[in-house]
Structures are given as C-alpha cells and as structure tokens.
Design a protein around this ligand. Sequence first.
Ligand code: 5GP
Ligand code: MN
Length: 326
Amino acid sequence: MTVNSMDEIIQAITTHQNYCISTHTNPDGDAIGSQLGLAHMLEGLGKSVILVNRDPTPRIYRFLPGADRILQPADGRLSCDVFFIIDCSDQARVGNELFSSVQCRLTINIDHHITNQQFADINWVDKHSSSSSEMIYRLAGRLHVKVSPETADCLYTGIFMDTGSFRQSNTTSIVLKTVADLVELGANPSRVAHEIYEKQSPGRLRLLARVLNALELRLEGKMALVSVTRDMFNATGTTVEDIEEFVNYPRSIEGVKVSALLREEPVRGIKVSLRSRDSTDVASVASEFGGGGHQNAAGFYINGNLEDAKDCLEKAIRQLLNETQS
Ligand code: 5GP
Ligand code: MN
C-alpha cells in the first residue's frame, strides 16, 4: 500500500460530487459488500452515487442494504465525476463494455489482489488486506465519516466472505479488530450468517449432491476437483449464483493441497476456481492462464472442453506442487 494513494482518494472525495461505483463480474460477497459500503459512506457525506455492475447480485447478498439499487448496464452512457472500481484486479474484470460506457474525470481502483494491474488514474492496492471491505473501513476512518449500521453490515459481510468465515490465513488480528468495531457500529453477525448459510434453495443442495458425486482426486490425493456442467444446472433449475462456496468442499479433504471447481461457461470455455492452503500459491497458476486472485484463492478461464481443461490443470498443479516442495 502506498499512503499517497489513500491521500489522493481523500482529496478526490473532498473535491467531487458525483460518483459511479462498480465491481467485478460474477460479484462475490466482498465485491458487493465493499461497493455498497463505499456508496453508503459517500452518501453520508452528501454525495450522489450510481451503482452499476455487469452481472446481477447473487441472491444470497440481496439482503444487504442498497443491493436493490445496483443497476445492470443499460444501453447508453453513464457519466460522473469519479468512477470507483472496487475489488477488481484489472479492467476486463469490470467488463470491458461497462468500463468504456462510464464517462468520468477520474478513475479510482481500490483492491487487495496481488495480481492487480494498477489500471486506473489512482490505484490503492493493498495485498496485505483481507478484503476490499477492510480497506473501505480504513478509508472511512481517514475520512472521519460516521459508519452507519447499514454500512457496517455491508463491510462485515465482505470481510466475513473473503476470510472464508474467519477460517483462512488472512484472518489477522486487524481483521478481528475491524469486525469487532463493525459489530459495535451495528453489524449483525448472526443475521449475516443466517442470510448467507441458512437460506439455501432445494435446487442448490440438489446441485451440490450432483457436483460432489463426481468428485475426482488426482496427484496422489493432493488435488481434488469437481465440475459443474450445463446439464447439472438444467436438471436442478439452478444458475451460476448457486455454486458460491462449492469449491471449498474438495479442499476440506485431508491431504488435499489444491482444490478446483470447473464450470462450463456459454462463451468463454471453462471457468476454473482454485483454492489452496498455506504457502501453495494458486495465484501464480491463475496468472499463467491470464487470470488472477490471491495466494489461496484464484481463478481464470481455459478454452476447450471440460476433460481437456482438467488435464491441463492437473499438469499446472503438478508443477506448482513440485516447485512448492523444493
Ligand atoms: P473465484 O474462484 O471465487 O471466482 O475467485 C477467487 C479469486 O480469484 C477472487 O479474488 C477473484 O477476484 C479472482 N479471480 C477469479 N477469476 C478471475 C479471473 O478470471 N481473472 C482475474 N483477474 N481474477 C479472477
Ligand atoms: Mn475481495
């Protein structure tokens, strides 16, 4: 993190009135939580904010205050003074069409991905932060803005999801102090957990049953993979928003170092999600394939069919595990 960029962001917020905020395609909890948290904060300062994402908000995050205000891009252009892009490692992650449809004076990128490409006019990238939501909370402190209970719920949810419900190695003392603050400010952990984990659809559980039934172990049990095909979605009446967290099931098997979830995509081939433990760095594999992410959670696309993608991935993971051992 460079302190300058936070100062520049504060300067921009002091100067400008109209904002547009966007986050990445297929948004996750941190994407939506940080986007909404920033929006509430700016509005608390009397600013005008438009929220726009390429993809819809997954059902499990629609309880967050303000989620119903997030637009999908309509035809035509949006204009604002400042365009914030949150939790996105590169411009394509926002959606190229969306990115170029926003007319603005200034772009600001706030992110915690190690693979961030510093694509905006102002870039505040902190790979040591657990989440973009944690960074937005820090920004609130520097802006001396009062964090409302609504903002607190959004930022808490982002941190909760990007730390794997406080189980991953990015669950630092700073994270725990931050969420303690957020609870004091009105975030409600039991409600958030209930909304996210205890409102599942029967279709999602039926899809999970099919997905786990086709679990494969490779590389002497060090790699576990599952796949989601279009047929599985059709048979269970589910969509991509129902697979959140599925990739964590194969990682929970003893001895597994890398887990993968492969999903058939209509346009871009196979979407791969990787998860790992400790020092096994799956972001490096994702970068090789043109994707990105963090040491223990990363993703990318592979062209071609599912079986070829599995073999290609196995090769890359074998090499990664050999390098990690040495
Ligand atoms: P997921 O596997 O849940 O889609 O993503 C895990 C992490 O990798 C997230 O931090 C996400 O932003 C990043 N990620 C996933 N897919 C891509 C991708 O195609 N490109 C880039 N740059 N990052 C990705
Ligand atoms: Mn994030």
